[in-house]
Design a protein around this ligand. Structure first.
Ligand code: ACO
Length: 378
């Protein structure tokens, strides 16, 4: 006979004020600070706007400063990354066929997972170098094209585009991609960075930690979303349909892709930097001018419809335009995001490893107590 359950397990009542750890300080860092109320992103004392014309390698030197066993400046990092891209490429050929049938980000996850945490040294260099090599090869394989050997003499952004297109790329596009990689290099304790730090705190090793970061980035609520901005622009189609399309979408209660942010309440400083970078690119087919017109109309309609909720352009809007303009296919956008964010992940892992403290929070138990639990057949 089964004893009747006096107190069945209560319906799972998640407290939304704590479930997302909003406002919980879970780490101390010297790396970056997101000030949502002021619309500022600070990386080691520099506002993002001031870093916008730095190379990705210079920002790596900034983020890794004092965290590495040896001091590396921008040019040393550039040389080491070039050699590491060649090493990553040497591992690629037998592995690429096993990525068939996977999404681009799953393919990247698979390739990164072949790198051993017991690699003899300079994991952080190899981790940053491997992403553009793998991401470019994955994108080309999807088009039925062979992977292109890296050119170690180039900077990382230039070589990324060279490996993607199989040809030298114009300096304006290289500059724009460099700015993109810098812009997304680090962003406080976002979900993927937190994940990487938790794994690092168990001493699992650098590759395990950053692959965990990539797995968190893959989700549409984090890094898996810039494609939908382009889908929205495609669906609108032309200038004459901008306002009616947006009015209809808002009328159906839909969200306009590329607008709004959980933390930034005034402006997303990354959107400003990327908007400027996109404006320097040649406007093939008037796409950028069209997107700017969509932005103007969308901001006006959002302000009318949600006067109490500041909804500004977010980083994804201009990310989508920039990555499209420099030639990345839509399904590789998350991998390009990972190429930039690998700077932050590696720096946070190095920082976390220095503190040496296992991250082990508590949960609040809301299940039944032993006395209340149903007794199995007696
Ligand atoms: N379009 C229309 N309405 C919006 C939008 C939007 N883009 N964003 C928020 N709102 C409205 C909501 O409908 C809601 O209205 P209500 O109070 O009448 O229900 C109100 O603003 C608040 O919405 P929340 O979901 O509480 O806002 P939150 O700050 O949690 O959401 C998010 C942030 C998820 C980015 C949201 O703005 C959104 O869905 N934007 C569109 C998708 C997008 O651009 N994603 C990329 C984000 S950038 C990044 O994460 C890296």
């Amino acid at each position: 006979m089964t004893k009747p359950t006096a107190n069945a397990t209560p319906a799972l009542a998640v407290d939304h004020t704590t479930a997302g750890l909003d406002n919980v300080v879970a780490a101390e860092t010297v790396l970056s600070h997101v000030d949502g109320m002021a619309g500022r992103l600070i990386l080691r004392g520099y506002d993002l706007d001031r870093l916008a014309d730095w190379s990705f390698e210079a920002v790596l030197a900034l983020l890794w400063r004092d965290l590495l066993p040896e001091a590396l400046d921008e040019s040393a990092i550039r040389v080491r990354l070039g050699a590491a891209r060649q090493r990553a490429f040497s591992l690629l050929t037998p592995l690429l066929p096993s990525t068939d049938g996977l999404s681009s980000v799953e393919a990247l996850r698979l390739l990164l997972s072949t790198l051993a945490d017991s690699e003899p040294d300079a994991h952080h260099i190899l981790a940053v170098a491997a992403v553009p090599v793998f991401a470019a090869a994955i994108a080309r394989r999807r088009r039925g094209e062979a992977a292109v050997t890296p050119d170690a003499r180039l900077g990382l952004a230039a070589d990324f585009l060279h490996m993607l297109h199989g040809a030298e790329v114009d300096a304006g596009k290289v500059r724009a991609l460099d700015t993109y990689l810098v812009t997304v290099a680090d962003h406080g304790l976002n979900a993927s960075t937190f994940t990487a730090r938790v794994i690092a705190s168990t001493k699992a090793g650098l590759f395990s930690s950053v692959i965990g970061g990539l797995c968190a980035l893959k989700g549409p609520l984090h890094g898996g979303a810039p494609g939908p901005v382009l889908d929205m622009l495609d669906a609108i189609g032309d200038q004459s349909r901008i306002r009616p399309w947006l009015v209809d979408a808002l009328g159906r209660g839909e969200r306009l892709m590329g607008f709004g942010h959980r933390i930034y309440r005034v402006r997303d400083p990354r959107a400003d930097v990327l908007k400027h970078a996109v404006a320097t690119l040649r406007d093939g087919g008037g796409r950028i001018r069209f997107a700017e017109a969509v932005e103007v109309e969308a901001l006006a309609l959002l302000a009318e419809k949600k006067p109490l909720r500041p909804l500004q352009t977010n980083v994804e809007f201009y990310t989508a335009l920039l990555l499209e303009a420099v030639g990345f296919p839509r399904d590789s956008f998350t991998n390009v995001f990972a190429a930039g964010r690998m700077a932050g992940w590696t720096a946070h892992v190095l920082e976390q490893e220095k503190t040496g403290r296992l991250i082990r929070p508590q949960s609040r138990y809301i299940g039944p107590q032993p006395d209340d639990a149903p007794v199995a057949a007696e």
